[in-house]
Design a protein around this ligand. Structure first.
Ligand SMILES: Nc1ncnc2c1ncn2[C@@H]1O[C@H](COP(=O)(O)OP(=O)(O)O)[C@@H](O)[C@H]1O
Ligand SMILES: [Mg+2]
Length: 238
């Protein structure tokens, strides 16, 4: 058929890694999510924008299983995490989910390499293989060697955080305002790198951000407003 992709690869990249269905959740008297649904597939990126307080971070907390919604299901790689026992939830999170936060939160006294290796060891990876994979990821993401991660620039710290999120080869990568603390140029480079990951690492990427300039780089951009998600744009590659 003359296509560059093998059918095996296509099947793999169509696999849903996150399926949110009928998510309803209230905080006090305010309904934050009303029958909200979202499907994200391997190899695909989705950005969710919304004003401050619209519930973007809370949505990620639901996906991480940190908040139990009033109704609905949240399937991560096919397993509904709503109501999952904490042991199994932690196991699924360690195996299948990577998370990047706004400030690239690292352990400042550890080297970038040890920050990434630690995440692998917490997921019970073999020690030697972990160091090699961590170094390869840091090289791929352009993080320089440093004795402590304190010595890194903001952008380098955020790229280390991305390496840490990827070390266990998660099917689902989550990012909460990943460029919120960076200057414009570093923001653009970090965003470019981030939205390249679904294709390079065959994961699904869900980014929540208040920044429309970041969101427009995703395959699909959605807006969270009044408890529901609406499509803002469907990028060229979608
Ligand atoms: N731990 C909490 N307890 C009570 N209300 C909270 C808590 N965390 C967030 N909120 C409220 O939930 C709403 C959504 O917050 P959040 O998900 O952080 O929004 P966003 O990330 O879009 O700025 C806000 O009105 C916020 O004040
Ligand atoms: Mg937030």
């Amino acid at each position: 058929m003359g296509t560059a992709h093998s059918s095996a690869h296509d099947t793999e990249s169509l696999r849903p890694v996150l399926e949110i269905e009928g998510l309803t959740h209230s905080l006090g008297t305010r309904e934050l999510f009303t029958d909200l649904s979202l499907t994200l597939r391997a190899g695909e990126s989705v950005a969710v924008t919304g004003s401050s307080g619209s519930g973007k971070s809370t949505l990620l907390s639901c996906v991480l299983g940190l908040i139990k919604p009033a109704a609905g299901s949240v399937k991560v790689t096919g397993t509904d995490i709503v109501g999952l026992r904490s042991g199994r939830l932690a196991e699924l999170r360690a195996r299948s989910v990577g998370m990047v936060f706004q400030f690239g939160e690292l352990l400042p006294e550890l080297s970038p390499l040890d920050n990434v290796v630690l995440a692998a060891l917490l997921a019970r990876a073999d020690r030697r293989g972990a160091r090699e994979r961590a170094q390869a990821l840091l090289d791929e993401l352009g993080v320089p060697d440093a004795a402590t991660s304190e010595e890194l620039s903001g952008g380098e710290r955020q790229r280390t955080a991305v390496a840490r999120a990827l070390i266990n080869e998660p099917a689902l990568l989550l990012a909460d305002e990943p460029t919120g603390a960076l200057d414009t140029e570093t923001r653009d480079r970090t965003a470019e790198l981030l939205f390249d990951l679904p294709r390079r690492h065959a994961c699904g990427l869900l980014v929540v951000t208040h920044d429309p300039g970041i969101a427009e780089r995703a395959d699909r951009a959605l807006r969270l407003e009044a408890g529901a998600l609406t499509l803002v744009s469907s990028g060229a590659s979608a």
